[in-house]
Design a protein around this ligand. Structure first.
Ligand code: NA7
Length: 858
């Protein structure tokens, strides 16, 4: 197409890499007209450009290939475990030829600008050839690591010798023999190319700002076992890859790295090391994303570096020490560390000897000028968003994508962005993308996009766009997930930290490809939840909503329970349910260490009650918290909420006395309420003996224990003391009413409406349920102690808790109401399990400190 021409197609695809090629194939098979615009003069995308010496994929070839055409798998044989760039490029060229894709490809054509026209409901895509292609649907298949980062170093353009970028290596190759070469950067590209460059160069100097974790590829033939399985159980193999975490079939880790001896751990790390398969780490131990377990891998890597590198100072410089392993892309190398043992190779540690500028003849660091003939920039990419925002994309109402994303990418599922109808991204930010085997993620996205276009056509519609609610929800979910990891601790390109001025946000979705695929499928199954779809005749269909609102760790707990096939408590009978509670409690983390734990008994309303006292390690006398456990008035004991009691003890610096009470059905209402009152009185009377201060007495409880807390505070007021400094009710039961919204909405989050009804049925007779001693919301709420009420979004008890907080405030009491977004009924006491509730726990401890008059820092 000549200058100033205009072409109309159904779909414009930008990029002819792995994604662009498959898109063309799928679109064509749907009978759609499509054109792919590509800056390069051939197919390949990343594998066209990234041709520096030693460039290889860091996912095994057996896994890094298309699955859409099984024939391809038979006819293409990978020569090595990790394929080189030329081999992958040949493979992609082969795919383009085999499926006759070149006729829809326009090479040496850069997309300059794309603008949405609301009247014609089309995109107009301006190219560097001076023409415009209009299309209904516009797909950015531009890759995550394709926009090279500008060298942000003073004098970068001054150097008079030869300059190369690993990201744009000359196709004819570079002869470095006899040259003095300087390399800036020690990311994956540098780590792969340095050993090869060192073979030719007479002098090689590596400028390192941040050392990386790298392990040997131990390359060789493609692993026979995997290959055999892939062939003999092809369907299962492909399915496992799609349902996995990283897009590679791998058993799920179930063991903690800290549960085995150091010797055993290192033996297992060594086996992965020898195997040269980084993704195996994710299958070895389940907690490597947590600091303590992560440290064990980091130590292992550092020991390997020290073993390999002769010069102790150089080895120390090469050891990463200030960020966790896996939070920057883990590298796979072939002889990287050994290279530094060669006499003509030198490492300049820029942390000790900072880079000042680049001059006409070399690189000046604080210690002096390093002169070179050749300078290689291995300085990386403006990752994930760079290639997208570099095109001037204008959406609805003239809004520019770059401006809209100024504070970070905003996407729904990493596939689309609000205000930009019919603009799709393949492996966009907030999808698993770079944290996964790209081949798997690309295929999933291409299939989702093309299926969506197909569904639109079937429905007689032509436009799709995410709602802002759905998008905000997804951005929140991806950020909630990332908060559970150590990802933000490194200045990596995952968080945009390598590009000066780029907003710092964990960009890839960390939840894994299997979980992510499920979300995408669910969205479609719910009639395109979170999207507005429309047609030319003014038809508009919006199914608004957020696809994931539960906190990710709460979600994982539910997933694990579903996998284990845990039956509903109420189906087990009371004894069976009690047994299951005891069995599951045995598995939980113990909670923090306290100064002392003492067991005792105190007189209840109908006989002795056991208690467990947790004392802080600090000097007393301490305030005292009388704590009532949860368990629907049916089960539990002084140790049922022990991790949470320990937490409260340490963080509020208070003695916590966790008191048992009689349970239904053996001892129904009002036995538990009467015991609670007796226990609070006894602790009030004996506080000094317990090493605590009776003037600073708090009553607290979770769930049924929250109910007992509320009830006791009302009764103490009416029945003569003791003085209570504060009441803390965590997701309390406050009123019997099965018709409340949260009771109906929140089914499936451990405490279910059916289970709650079962609890009520055992604890009370239906005629008793309006009694304030079990439904404290119906009591007199005037003149009560300062209160904290915590309610969780996905809890059947949410609304009655909210109402209790509001009613307490309306009655003139001091109330702090903590609404816990995305949490479920069990979240707060699940110390060490639901990490996303950590801030809420801290808020509760702070509230207790305030109630007892301690100085509280925010
Ligand atoms: P990376 O991994 O971003 O590496 C770039 C390297 O360049 C890294 O060591 C950077 O140090 C360094 N760098 C960047 N800018 C500077 C400046 N201004 N001064 C000194 N050093 C600098 O890119 P790669 O191409 O190696 O790899 C990208 C991905 O492609 C890789 O993960 C594979 O998945 C394939 P820093 O760490 O930022 O301190």
């Amino acid at each position: 197409m000549g200058t100033n021409g205009r072409t109309d197609v159904d779909v414009v695809v930008v990029g002819a890499g792995m994604a662009g090629l498959y898109l063309l194939h799928r679109l064509r098979s749907m009978g759609l007209s499509a054109v792919a615009l590509e800056t390069a003069d051939d197919v390949g995308g990343t594998w066209y450009w990234n041709r520096y010496p030693g460039a290889r994929c860091d996912v095994m070839s057996v896994d890094y290939q298309y699955t859409f055409d099984p024939e391809l798998e038979d006819e293409w044989e990978w020569s090595e475990k990790y394929a080189t760039q030329p081999e992958i490029l040949r493979y992609l060229q082969h795919v383009a030829d085999k499926h006759d894709l070149r006729r829809d490809l326009r090479f040496e054509t850069r997309v300059e600008r794309a603008a949405w026209d609301d009247d014609s409901r089309t995109w107009a895509v301006d190219t560097s050839a001076g023409d415009t292609v209009t299309c209904r649907w516009y797909v950015m298949a531009t890759g995550c690591l394709s926009a090279p980062k500008d060298p942000d170093i003073a004098g970068a353009d001054r150097f008079g010798g030869e300059v190369y970028f690993t990201s744009r290596w000359p196709h004819e190759g570079v002869d470095l023999s006899g040259q003095r070469v300087g390399v800036i950067g020690t990311g994956s590209s540098a780590i792969q190319s340095i050993p090869i460059m060192a073979k030719e160069a007479t002098e090689l100097t590596v400028f390192q700002r941040t050392p990386n974790y790298s392990m040997p590829a131990n390359n060789g033939a493609a692993p026979a076992e995997r290959l055999a399985r892939r062939t003999s159980e092809r369907e299962a193999y492909v399915r496992e890859a799609r349902e996995s975490l990283a897009g590679v079939p791998m058993p799920e880790a179930t063991e903690s790295a800290l549960a085995v001896s150091e010797e055993e751990r290192n033996r297992r790390y060594q086996a992965i090391w020898d195997d040269g398969h980084i993704i195996s780490f994710s299958a070895e131990f389940m907690d490597l994303q947590f600091q303590e377990a992560n440290d064990t891998v980091a130590d292992f890597f550092r020991s390997k570096i020290r073993e390999t590198v002769d010069d102790a100072d150089v080895a120390e410089s090469l050891c990463p020490t200030d960020y966790p392993v896996f939070t920057k892309r883990l590298c796979v190398d072939s002889g990287y560390y050994q290279t530094f043992n060669q006499p003509h190779v030198r490492l300049v540690d820029l942390r000790k000897d900072p880079l000042v500028e680049i001059t006409e003849t070399g690189v000046r660091t604080e210690s002096g000028l390093h002169e070179f003939d050749v300078l290689v920039f291995a300085t990386g990419f403006d990752a994930m968003t760079g290639a997208i925002v570099r095109v001037d994309i204008e959406g609805r109402d003239g809004i520019g994508l770059k401006d809209r994303w100024a504070d970070g990418p905003l996407t729904y599922l990493g596939l689309m962005t609000a205000g930009f109808p019919n603009l799709f991204m393949v492996t966009g930010p907030q999808s698993p993308s770079v944290l996964s085997n790209m081949a798997v993620s690309i295929e999933q996205h291409v299939e989702w996009i093309t299926d969506t276009i197909g569904d639109l056509r079937t429905a007689g519609l032509d436009t799709i766009e995410p709602t802002s609610t759905a998008e905000a929800g997804w951005v929140q979910h991806t950020s909630d997930f990332a908060d559970l990891t150590l990802m933000d601790q490194a200045n990596s390109w995952y968080v945009g930290a390598n590009v000066p001025g780029k907003p710092r946000i964990v960009m890839p979705y960390v939840g894994g490809v299997g979980r992510y695929r499920k979300v995408c499928d669910e969205v479609v199954g719910a009639d395109y939840l979170g999207f507005t779809r429309s047609g030319a005749d003014g038809v508009e269909r919006t199914v608004d909503g957020v696809v994931r609102q539960l906190q990710p760790d709460a979600m994982i707990v539910l997933e694990v329970m579903a996998e284990m096939g845990m039956p509903a408590f109420e189906t087990l009978g009371v004894d069976g349910a009690r047994e299951m509670v005891v069995a599951t409690s045995a598995e939980r983390p113990p909670g923090p260490d306290v100064g002392e734990i003492v067991d005792g008994t105190l007189p209840g309303a109908g006989g002795d009650l056991a208690y467990r006292l947790f004392r802080p390690a600090t000097d007393g006398p301490h305030p005292v918290v009388v704590y009532f456990h949860g368990g629907g008035w049916l089960w539990g004991g002084p140790d049922s909420d022990e991790p949470w009691c320990r937490y409260l003890c340490v963080e509020s610096d208070a003695v916590v006395v966790s008191v048992d009470y009689r349970h239904a059905p053996e001892d129904p209402f009002p036995a538990a309420a009467d015991d609670a009152l007796a226990a609070v009185r006894w602790v009030g009377d004996h506080a000094a003996e317990l090493g605590s201060d009776p003037a600073r007495l708090i009553v607290a409880g979770w769930s049924a224990g929250g109910n007992l807390t509320a009830v006791t505070c009302q009764r103490v007021r009416d029945e003569g003391g003791p003085m209570i400094a504060g009441q803390v009710m965590i997701t309390p039961v406050t009123d019997y009413d099965p018709t409340r919204g949260s009771m109906i909405e929140n089914d499936g989050y451990l405490l279910t409406p059916a289970l709650m009804q079962w609890f009520w049925d055992h604890y009370t007779h239906s005629s008793e349920r309006r009694d304030p001693r079990c439904s404290p919301l119906r009591g007199d709420l005037a003149g009560l102690p300062p209160a904290l009420v915590a309610t969780c979004e996905f809890d059947p008890l949410r609304d009655e808790g909210d109402e209790y907080a509001a009613a307490l405030a309306a009655a003139g009491n001091e109330v702090e109401h903590l609404r816990c977004r995305g949490q479920m009924h069990t979240s707060i006491p699940s110390v060490g399990v639901i990490l996303s509730a950590e801030d809420h726990r801290a808020d509760i401890a702070r509230a207790i400190r305030r109630m007892i008059g301690a100085t509280v820092s925010a």
